[in-house]
Ligand binder design. Structure first.
Ligand code: FES
Length: 169
């Protein structure tokens, strides 16, 4: 996040010490993580030692220090899922996400994917999990549709956001 963006958030929420958590939450919400640069900038602009801010960020599991996608697609490639066609799901998810490799993040920061051994739901194989949501018994084409639903949800959320500052963003 740029200096100005951090500054705008602090200006809006106030630079009182009590607002630190809100400032961090706002940055996390916008960027999906809080960078070292953000911490230094907050430290300067709110006059709070960087070590103290770092302590707050690491205390709450909600905050992430590394860039993370908003949605992680866990593709089960355990035996039951593999036998029932997880390879096709892998190809489909990869293609849908612009041919990124496992662990990489899509340009819009929304998705990444990774493989898991067994999600313990073999009777529903093959399946994927997106964050905490299980999507069972998938057939060809289902993964694309499911990912489209998440994209549509994101677009709806964006268009619903109130624009107090004249719709900036
Ligand atoms: S192998 Fe996929 S849930 Fe068990």
């Amino acid at each position: 996040m740029s200096k100005k963006e951090v500054g705008d958030i602090i200006k809006r929420l106030g630079n009182e010490r009590d607002e630190l958590l809100h400032v961090l939450q706002e940055i996390q919400k916008k960027n999906n993580y809080i960078s070292e640069k953000d911490i230094i900038e907050i430290s300067k602009q709110m006059d709070i030692p960087a070590a103290e801010i770092y302590g707050v960020v690491t205390f709450y599991s909600f905050f992430k220090l590394n860039k993370a996608a908003k949605y992680t697609v866990y593709i089960c490639d355990g035996t039951a899922c593999h036998v029932r066609g997880s390879t096709k799901l892998i190809d489909e998810v990869k293609k849908k996400l612009g041919n990124i490799e496992a662990g990489e993040i899509t340009e819009d920061g929304l998705f990444s994917y990774q493989f898991v051994r067994c999600l313990g739901l073999c009777a529903s194989a093959p399946l994927i999990k997106i964050n905490e949501d299980i999507h069972p018994k998938l057939k060809r084409g289902d993964c694309s549709k499911i990912i489209d639903e998440y994209i549509a949800k994101e677009n709806r959320t964006k268009s619903k956001k109130p624009s107090k500052n004249g719709g900036a963003n």
